[in-house]
Each structure stands twice: as structure tokens, then as C-alpha cells.
Design a protein. Structure first.
Length: 547
């Protein structure tokens, strides 16, 4: 009898040996927990209407992680819509939209909770909000806020005392078009960050010719608008230099923008995700001008030559080969472009992303190492583009070989709920526990704070940069870390994902490595700084040396 049972026993032993590592690995995955209520965040976005009835109402909003009071704790800025009498349905009687619809700033109390300090800080813009970007434009050590609106934009200068001042007019950056997003970059490496503003289209609320099931006219029903580049004069003012820089394209329909040194030549380039047309990749010529190389670099269109409805772009190194790859969510299958040096290669299907994303409309694409294993993963916010139809968000885990696994349903109850119409998202470690959390904004719905639980089981290093000869934020600085056989790069940037801004620090997951053997940072000034044997599990502040 015993001999007859041996094959079955052998079978179960073999099965356990084969399956248990998979089950064990799955059970060890971090999860994201919705802690919005307990954190004291009570924000509901509004597009100023009862029903989604125009492309304007469907487009926003974005959000930002920032440390506005410089206390070492990440605060949150959220963008809201507004009520426009000529566009929205009548606002409910007895209610005042100016008292209800405005942007909010939440201060981090340092104990897992936040306090709404909007009125005290004086940053409650009542314009029709879209996106936000954060940067220290005047090099005084305090982060400033730029809000992109349908209508005049707003630049809030940080006074350093917990309040801000509206300096839009004196700075000359109002850009009274339909702006959706912006990015701060020091494109000429003069030590002052400049501002690129992405503009969408010439919206006409009276135009109603459209295909019925879509709900309202789409982007091709309207003329585009040119983006704008503002050069920082170093005295608190900016000069508009769009045409001079070779960036004037009046037919463009920007949905979101970002900047990065994709070719690693020491100056920042610009990517514009356009709606229902080709994208733009502006390579910095190093002389104050740019050249659109999107088609040449194979990031202008999708894998089959199609013009996508591109959303929130992010540059990150997904395969740890030392160059910046590009992820662009869209209304189809999304686009993951691998940087091969001379050209980008679209690998979305091969990476295991396209098949999952094909059933969603994707907006924010946050690329970050959520489990600190040394490889960057992807979070995607989803939501219908024409109707108030919710969709589940997605989380893809990096398999360390340029492919990804959909781990959404193993990553917390939030990912199994189709309750929200996702738009912007930002990433940052708001509780300073060593793993990255996510803040998501939903159109005409509640904001969601997702706390990462378990991502800090591996080691990490977070790097904050302080420029001296370079711009104060160190925007454009490239950091390379080596820990054993693990090598990674990151870049300090302002503005990414969809209409949003991540924490400006560079975050490196280190896996089992308790130290970084070598850290090298190339500052925008060209100065190279090297550190050795850096202890893991800390926020490291690097100040640019004189030489």
C-alpha cells in the first residue's frame, strides 16, 4: 500500500516545490490601502456641471506632491474645476460655486493626517483648473506652484512663511489659452528654471455637431493651440520665446507635457503628448532652440503608425540599461517605448501591457519602483473619456526583463473597484516610511490617497538635490547608483504623469542591498559629484559642490 501511495506523495511534493514559490511571492507583494478618510482628505472634484457634457468637463484634473513648508513632509495640492455660466448647466440654487469650487492645499501633519490650509496659504484658485507643476523659479529655496487653467493660468510664489502670493502678472506667465499642463526645466542651463506650457484646443461651447454616442464633440472638432515656452530672466520675470526656440506649432493639441534629457547630452528635452495626432519630441540643440525629432526617434505614433489619443507621459529607465525609456498612456493600448540609443522601439505588446490596457481609457502613467526591488513598475489611472463611466486602475509589476505582470487584483481592494473616473495621479512617500504612495484625482469624484504597505520590505535610497551653480531644485540633474550588480539612473524633473507633479526627489529601490557602493550625480552645470558607501534607507540631501 505504501508503495502505491509513493507516486501521489511524490506528485504533491513536486507540486509544492513548483507552486509554493509563486504563491509565496504573490503573498509578499505590497498592497495599496485607501487611507483617504483617515488621513483627513475630504476633496471631491467638480467640473461645475451635473452631467459630463463637453470635452472641457472631461479633461481635468491633476495634482501634486510637494513640501511647501519645507518641513520634510510631503503635502498635497489638488486642482478643481469651476462653474462657467456659458458652458455648464445652471448651478444649484442657493449655492455659491465661488465658495465651493477652488483648488486645495493639504498640509502634512507628520502623523499620517493632513490639514486643509488652502485659505491660510492663499492658493485656492477659482479658475477652471486642469494641471499643476511645482518648482523653485526664483531660487529662494521654497517651492512655487504653477496652475494650468482653461483661461488665465496662475503662478503662486512661495513666501516662505506658509503663504503664497499670486505673481502671475508681474512674472508674465498668464498664458490665457486652454492650458492643460506645464513643466519646469532649465533648457539653457543658466541656473534658472524656465517654463513650458502645453495648450490644448480652441474650445467652442456652442459647437454641437457630433456623433451621438460620443456624448459631445471630440478633439478633432476644434482647432489646436500652440504651446508656449517662457524663458526665466532671473529677476522674477519670464520672456515668451516660443517662436525663437523653434517650438511654435499652432495645430498642436497637448494633453500633457514633460521634460527630460532623453539623449543624455546634458540638456533637457521636451515631450508633448498630443490628442488624436502625432506627439512631439523636442530635442534640445544646445543653442536655445529645439528640433522636433518625434518621427525620427519613433515616438510620434503608435506601434502600427496610428495617431493615438496620448495622455500623461513619463520618462524612466524601465530596464536598467542606463537610458530613459518613455511610457505614454492613451485611449487604446498605451505606448511603452524602449530607448535603444539611436531610436525608441515600441514594446507595449511584448512587455505584456497592451493586452490588459486595451479595455480601458488610460490617463496617468506613473512609472516608479513600488516594491523597492530595483526595477520600476507602472501604475495607470483609467476612466471613460466621454461619459461618467468608472474604470478600475491598474498596477503592473516589472519582471526584470522588460516585461510586466498585471498584479492589480493582488495589490489591494482598491484595484478591484470600478468606482472612479480616473485622471491625474502623483507619486511620493508621504509618510516617510521608505516606499512610494499614490495620490489619484478622479473627475467629478473623490480624491484617493493610497498608502503603500509592504514596499519597504526592501532597502531604498531617496535623494534630494540642492543646486548652487545649477538651479536650486537641481532639475535636470542625472543620478546613477550602483549597489552590487544593481545599476540604476534617475533624473530630477518637474511635471510628469497626467497633468500632475510627483515628489521631486529621486527614489531608488535597492532590493537586498544595505548600501549604495557608488553614487554619481551630474549637475546641470556639468559638475560631477561622486559618493561611495552610502547607507541605504535614508533621505539623502546632496548639495552641489563648487567644483
Amino acid at each position: 500500500m505504501l508503495k502505491k501511495k509513493e507516486p501521489m506523495i511524490t506528485f504533491w511534493i513536486a507540486l509544492c516545490i513548483t507552486v509554493w514559490p509563486i504563491i509565496g511571492a504573490a503573498s509578499e507583494l505590497p498592497v495599496f490601502t485607501d487611507v483617504t478618510s483617515e488621513a483627513g482628505i475630504n476633496f471631491t472634484h467638480s467640473f461645475g456641471d451635473e452631467h459630463m457634457s463637453s470635452i472641457l468637463e472631461a479633461t481635468g484634473p491633476g495634482c501634486a506632491f510637494l513640501d511647501y513648508d519645507m518641513d520634510g513632509q510631503l503635502d498635497i495640492y489638488v486642482v478643481n474645476g469651476s462653474y462657467l455660466p456659458d458652458i455648464n448647466d445652471p448651478y444649484p440654487k442657493g449655492r455659491d460655486p465661488k465658495k465651493e469650487l477652488f483648488n486645495h492645499l493639504y498640509r502634512n501633519n507628520g502623523d499620517g493626517t493632513f490639514k486643509d490650509v488652502t485659505r491660510k496659504a492663499k492658493v485656492g484658485d477659482t479658475g477652471y483648473g486642469m494641471g499643476v507643476v511645482v518648482g523653485d523659479y526664483n531660487n529662494d529655496g521654497a517651492p512655487d506652484i504653477y496652475v494650468a487653467n482653461y483661461g488665465p493660468n496662475v503662478l503662486y510664489r512661495n513666501n516662505g512663511d506658509g503663504t503664497f502670493g499670486d505673481v502671475t502678472e508681474e512674472a508674465g506667465v498668464g498664458c490665457a489659452q486652454w492650458s492643460v499642463h506645464a513643466t519646469f526645466l532649465d533648457y539653457d542651463n543658466d541656473g534658472h528654471i524656465d517654463l513650458y506650457v502645453g495648450n490644448y484646443l480652441e474650445f467652442d461651447p456652442g459647437y454641437r455637431y457630433f456623433f451621438g454616442p460620443e456624448g459631445f464633440p471630440g478633439p478633432l472638432a476644434y482647432e489646436g493651440q500652440p504651446d508656449v515656452l517662457y524663458h526665466n530672466n532671473g529677476n522674477g520675470t519670464f520672456t515668451e520665446v516660443t517662436k525663437k526656440a523653434g517650438l511654435y506649432h499652432p495645430e498642436a493639441r497637448a494633453m500633457s507635457v514633460t521634460s527630460a534629457d532623453f539623449d543624455n547630452d546634458g540638456d533637457m528635452d521636451i515631450f508633448v503628448a498630443n490628442d488624436a495626432m502625432e506627439n512631439y519630441l523636442y530635442r534640445n540643440n544646445g543653442d536655445g532652440t529645439f528640433a522636433n525629432v518625434a518621427m525620427e526617434m519613433s515616438v510620434g505614433l503608435g506601434e502600427f503608425g496610428e495617431a493615438t489619443s496620448a495622455m500623461g507621459p513619463t520618462f524612466e529607465d524601465i530596464d536598467n540599461d542606463g537610458d530613459l525609456d518613455l511610457f505614454v498612456p492613451d485611449m487604446g493600448y498605451c505606448c511603452l517605448y524602449r530607448n535603444d540609443g539611436d531610436v525608441f522601439v515600441e514594446i507595449t505588446a511584448a512587455a505584456g501591457i497592451a493586452e490588459v490596457c486595451g479595455q480601458y481609457t488610460s490617463w496617468a502613467g506613473a512609472v516608479f519602483d513600488y516594491d523597492n526591488d530595483g526595477y520600476r513598475d507602472i501604475f495607470i489611472s483609467n476612466g471613460d473619456a466621454h461619459h461618467a463611466y468608472p474604470e478600475e486602475d491598474l498596477l503592473f509589476r516589472n519582471n526584470h526583463n522588460a516585461t510586466f505582470t498585471d498584479v492589480s487584483l493582488r495589490s489591494g481592494d482598491y484595484f478591484s473597484k470600478a468606482e472612479y473616473i480616473g485622471r491625474g495621479a502623483a507619486v511620493g512617500d508621504y509618510d516617510n516610511d521608505g516606499d512610494l504612495d499614490i495620490f489619484v484625482l478622479n473627475v467629478n469624484g473623490s480624491a484617493i490617497l493610497l498608502r503603500n504597505e509592504g514596499g519597504n520590505r526592501h532597502h531604498y535610497l531617496s535623494v534630494r538635490t540642492v543646486g548652487t551653480k545649477s538651479n536650486r531644485d537641481g532639475i535636470g540633474a542625472r543620478i546613477q547608483v550602483t549597489a552590487g550588480d544593481l545599476k540604476q539612473i534617475a533624473e530630477i524633473r518637474a511635471g510628469a504623469n497626467y497633468l500632475s507633479h510627483n515628489d521631486s526627489k529621486a527614489h531608488f529601490g535597492l532590493g537586498a542591498h544595505a548600501q549604495v557602493d557608488r553614487l554619481e550625480i551630474r549637475w546641470p552645470s556639468g559638475i560631477v559629484q561622486t559618493l561611495r558607501d552610502v547607507k541605504a534607507d535614508q533621505i539623502l540631501t546632496l548639495t552641489e559642490p563648487e567644483e
